[in-house]
Each structure stands twice: as C-alpha cells, then as structure tokens.
Design a protein around this ligand. Sequence first.
Ligand SMILES: NC(=O)c1ccc[n+]([C@@H]2O[C@H](COP(=O)([O-])OP(=O)(O)OC[C@H]3O[C@@H](n4cnc5c(N)ncnc54)[C@H](OP(=O)(O)O)[C@@H]3O)[C@@H](O)[C@H]2O)c1
Length: 206
Amino acid sequence: MNIGIIGAGNIGGTTARLFIDAGHEVAISNSRGPETLRDLITFLGPKARATTPSEAARFGEIVLLAIPLKDYTSLPADDLRSKIVIDAMNYYPSRDGHYPRLDSGETASSEIVAAHLPGARIVKAFNTIWSEHLKTKGSKAAPLDQRRVIFVSGDDAEAKRIVSKLIEDIGFGGYDLGSLHDSRNQQPDTAVYNKDVTVAEAREMV
Ligand SMILES: NC(=O)c1ccc[n+]([C@@H]2O[C@H](COP(=O)([O-])OP(=O)(O)OC[C@H]3O[C@@H](n4cnc5c(N)ncnc54)[C@H](OP(=O)(O)O)[C@@H]3O)[C@@H](O)[C@H]2O)c1
C-alpha cells in the first residue's frame, strides 16, 4: 500500500519505519521541505521518498497526520479529500494554544480537523501510544489479544477496518472506541491514554 505521512518527527518517522518494514511504500513530508529529510530517507531506505505535504497526501491511499495540532489548518484539504486519513495529533494547550470547544470537552480534536478536511475518511489512531513504545512494543508473532493496543475511533467503518489491518501489519492490535466524536475518550488525560496494555486488557478497561 502507498502511505503518505505529514510530519516527520517522533511519530511520523517511527510510523514510516514500521510501515516500510511491513512492506508498504511511504512518502513523508515536513514543513521545511524534502531536502531537510535526507538523513531520514537514508535511514528508511528505497521504499521511502521525501515530499511536500500535498504530494504526500496525493501519494497515499492512507495518509497519517503527525504534526502539532495548532498547525492543522495548513493541511492540504483538497489533496486529502476522499483519502483515509489517520489523525495521530493530540491537543496540548501549552503547545497548541487554547481551543474553547476542546477545553469544554464538547468536541473532539479530530472533529475540528475533520471540519477542515471535507470528504476525508478520518480515523483517530496512533495518538495514544508514546513513540518509543511504537518503536519497541510491536510483535507480529503475538496473538492479537496479547499485542499492545492502538485505539481507533471514526465514523467510517471501512476506513477503521483498513487502519486496523495496518495496525496489525506492524505488530499491534486495534481496538475500536466508536465514532469520531467518541475519540474524545482517547485524548490526553483519558483512562486509555498512553497506557501500556494489550488488546485483551483494553477490553476489560473500557
Ligand atoms: N511524541 C509522541 O510520542 C506522540 C505520541 C502520540 C501522538 N503524538 C502527536 O503527534 C503529533 C506529532 O508529534 P511528534 O512528537 O512526532 O512531533 P515532532 O517530533 O515535533 O515532529 C513534528 C513534525 O511535524 C512537522 N510539521 C510541523 N508543522 C508542519 C506543517 N504545518 N506541515 C507539515 N509538517 C509540519 C515538523 O516538521 P518541521 O521540523 O519541518 O517543522 C516535524 O517533522 C503531535 O500532535 C503529538 O501530540 C505524539
């Protein structure tokens, strides 16, 4: 599968490595331009290319968003229309500034992102796991129930199924928490956030 990644830091770089190791092709981008990603591309190898956010969006059958939430309005909405989009971004007011609708809990951060990306098939995922755990905790040999969990939420059942399969490809197990509005339950400071638990343990928790 072709996967676009917007954001090439802890989460973007780590997911790129995992997706490539699982046999996928990756186009990865940042804000400063492809030429600044030379070292990362050398590390990732021939299944990776450095691009712009727009090109990453056009390249991907799935596109993963891994930038600070405060920059979401720069995301290339036209190029993301109809794409399966994984929103791995978290809301941290100390970094992102205050969004009253997020502070009140009435809206999920992914709903704000969705409003900027009409037609995108958004799945909230990869936001509850620390990048170091993403690097080290996957196990393709383990039975699904015993794998480290990655929570998913979204309104598009087929998109969630495809993202969950991608999660399994890289050695983790998906657990569906509901709609995009329900993704409020996997944001920072919720019970499941950054918890190092298996799929079976997640089932007990929620
Ligand atoms: N770190 C974690 O363990 C973790 C876990 C789960 C979720 N998250 C969430 O994932 C997101 C990324 O976190 P991170 O730790 O990976 O951040 P990071 O290491 O600081 O990397 C951020 C990346 O986003 C790029 N970027 C910033 N603004 C951009 C824009 N407008 N367009 C394109 N690229 C842009 C940066 O590129 P430049 O350097 O060129 O600006 C950089 O490559 C955040 O929302 C964070 O809350 C993080």
